[in-house]
Design a protein around this ligand. Structure first.
Ligand SMILES: Nc1ncnc2c1ncn2[C@@H]1O[C@H](COP(=O)(O)OP(=O)(O)OP(=O)(O)O)[C@@H](O)[C@H]1O
Ligand SMILES: Cc1ncc(COP(=O)(O)O)c(N)n1
Length: 297
């Protein structure tokens, strides 16, 4: 486990839903924390019956038990970074937002709305609560392109659109807004994520793997950012480490036979650390290392 100079072990909390299939949600988050040598803890917001083919049932947990889990962790263990994913019902969203307003460590908000198969994981009428209450507490927000469209109202068809949406998310309170490129046509064969920090656009890219094994990529990416932040990494370093981790996790599972549908990624890979990432640049991860280039826009 990663330890700080004072001896304390780096700790990450995930507040998210359970994926019985083990590829997304809490399960992906804890596997990722472990792979970053960070101690992982969880607050469950909902239980899903889910596999690689689809989501068969969703059961949000009562807000009292959501609050109680968080209190148990706060009263005893503490944490160095938080990641939020699927948030459950409106009462839980409001309770979690209120708690996050009082947290001093970095919070990564992954505004999960729909699963790969199209099933809703957030009620459409609760999107406003995520915009109004969760974006302002986000040190890093990590929507995919369709989620960023819903959060900003900006149609996203290109990298330029993604950059404009990242700006809008920053205006709505996210200190670092990351619009992920998994659902977007990137640059050539690259999957490009754009980051806006209020001053500069920074781009992280990796070759797009022609694979259906992308269940839980968003969960894995956002928890990797939180795990890196829990170790004291800066925001851009954390996003870079997460990009290398998810790129390797997708590539490594491409020939797996786990499930018949959108299979999970391989959480057993290791991240590559990019120290001193410069805002305003583009970094392409080639599977082994980052190559710095001029920004595409
Ligand atoms: N086929 C792929 N090859 C390489 N990288 C990918 C691929 N698909 C997604 N990514 C990367 O994985 C990360 C997650 O992106 P994505 O846009 O898929 O998130 P998401 O839609 O929230 O995930 P999910 O569909 O699991 O909810 C991003 O860094 C994205 O660029
Ligand atoms: C509990 C839970 N949280 C998040 C997702 C999104 O992940 P994906 O879009 O990869 O299915 C999911 N499927 N299940």
């Amino acid at each position: 486990m990663f330890r700080y100079p004072d001896g304390h072990v780096a700790r990450m909390l995930t507040i998210a839903g359970s994926d019985s299939g083990g590829g997304a949600g809490i399960q992906a988050d804890l596997k990722t924390a472990h792979q970053f040598d960070v101690y992982g803890m969880s607050v469950l917001t909902a239980v899903t019956a889910q596999n690689t083919v689809g989501v068969q049932a969703v059961h949000p947990l009562p807000v009292d038990i959501v609050r109680a889990q968080l209190k148990s962790i706060q009263d005893d263990l503490g944490f160095d970074a938080v990641k939020t994913g699927m948030l459950g019902d409106r009462a839980s969203i409001l309770a979690i937002a209120a708690e996050m307003e009082g947290v001093t460590c970095p919070v990564v908000v992954d505004p999960v709305m729909v699963a790969k198969g199209g099933e809703a994981l957030l009620a459409p009428e609760d999107v406003a609560a995520v915009i109004e209450r969760m974006l302002p507490v986000a040190f890093v927000a990590t929507p995919n392109a369709p989620e960023a469209e819903r959060l900003t109202g900006i149609p996203i068809r290109s990298l330029e659109d993604a950059a404009r949406a990242a700006e809008a998310l920053h205006r709505r309170g996210a200190r670092y807004a990351v619009v992920k490129g998994g659902h977007l046509e990137g640059l050539g064969d690259l999957a490009v994520d754009v980051v806006y920090d209020g001053a500069s656009f920074t781009y992280f890219a990796a070759p797009r793997v022609p694979s259906r094994k992308t269940h839980g990529t968003g969960c894995t990416f956002s928890s990797a950012i939180a795990a890196a932040l829990a170790r004291g990494a800066g925001a851009l370093e954390a996003i870079a480490a997460a990009k290398s981790y998810i790129a390797r996790a997708i590539a490594s599972a491409a020939d797996w036979d786990v499930g018949r549908g959108h299979g999970p990624t391989d959480h057993s890979v290791s991240p590559v650390w990019l120290m001193r990432a410069q805002p305003g640049r583009m970094y392409v991860f080639d599977g082994r290392q980052f190559v710095e280039t001029a920004p595409p826009l």
